[in-house]
Design a protein around this ligand. Structure first.
Ligand SMILES: [Zn+2]
Ligand SMILES: [Zn+2]
Length: 228
């Protein structure tokens, strides 16, 4: 099998609190990247049993260990984790990965621990081994974590070099295929981003990488470059 290999995981669904969006159901996607440097998991999905989250989002989370198993992996196979950001829908099952490096931007860590940003009991757990990053980081050759602030101050995306060119796992730096393509519909992330300037800058930066393919944290579909 040719490496790196990227496997898409559906981690759960939720209802949008915005009444205008309640005819659509949100989805949370995660990714396994099998790389010669190890097996990397990008996002752990929604957690379980928080009343506030349940009332606001009516989530239907899936157990990360079961999702991984369906995709042919075990929890123990995962050598390292990264969260695109620490909101409860992306980092909710981090505790399934004790003693594993979990890469997160220091700015995001700070936000989570000083403001009402996430469900902290899903983030802080015994034997948690967070690796705080100050911007970009390349854990293995051809596998980069890039800072993409905008949706949150410490948002990050992954860039994986493949034989066909770079593949971007955007997380929530951009919401959908349409938003990436510059023709956003009602489901888009820019208008609710606390820092729209940073959001635009991050999106420009990702587009400038000239990716062959882009995967998203809240869209089952991926964007693929048209062959010319
Ligand atoms: Zn978020
Ligand atoms: Zn999200």
């Amino acid at each position: 099998m040719a490496l790196p290999e990227i496997t898409q995981l559906e981690l759960g669904t939720f209802r949008f609190p915005d009444p205008e969006l309640q005819h659509r159901r949100g989805v949370v996607m995660g990714y396994v990247i099998r790389h010669r440097g190890g097996i990397f998991l990008f996002d752990t999905g929604l957690g379980f049993g928080n009343k506030e989250i349940e009332e606001a989002y009516h989530p239907d989370p899936r157990v990360i260990g079961e999702v991984l198993e369906e995709a042919g992996f075990s929890l123990d196979d995962v050598t390292a984790v990264a969260n695109c950001h620490l909101h409860a829908d992306h980092a909710g099952q981090n505790s399934a990965f004790p003693d594993r490096s979990i890469y997160v931007q220091a700015a995001e860590w700070e936000l989570a621990h000083t403001t009402d940003h996430t469900i902290l009991e899903w983030i802080d757990f015994p034997n948690a081994r967070y690796v705080p990053l100050a911007g970009d980081h390349e854990p293995f050759d051809g596998f980069r974590i890039v800072a993409t602030p905008g949706h949150t101050k410490g948002h990050q995306s992954l860039v994986v070099e493949t034989a066909d060119g770079p593949v971007i796992l955007a997380g929530q730096a951009v919401y959908t295929v349409e938003e990436w393509a510059g023709t956003p519909d009602e489901l888009e992330g820019r208008s609710s981003a606390p820092d729209q300037g940073a959001y635009d800058g991050s999106l420009d930066r990702l587009r400038e990488l000239g990716p062959e393919r882009v995967f998203f944290g809240h869209d089952r579909r991926s964007w693929v470059r048209l062959q010319s």
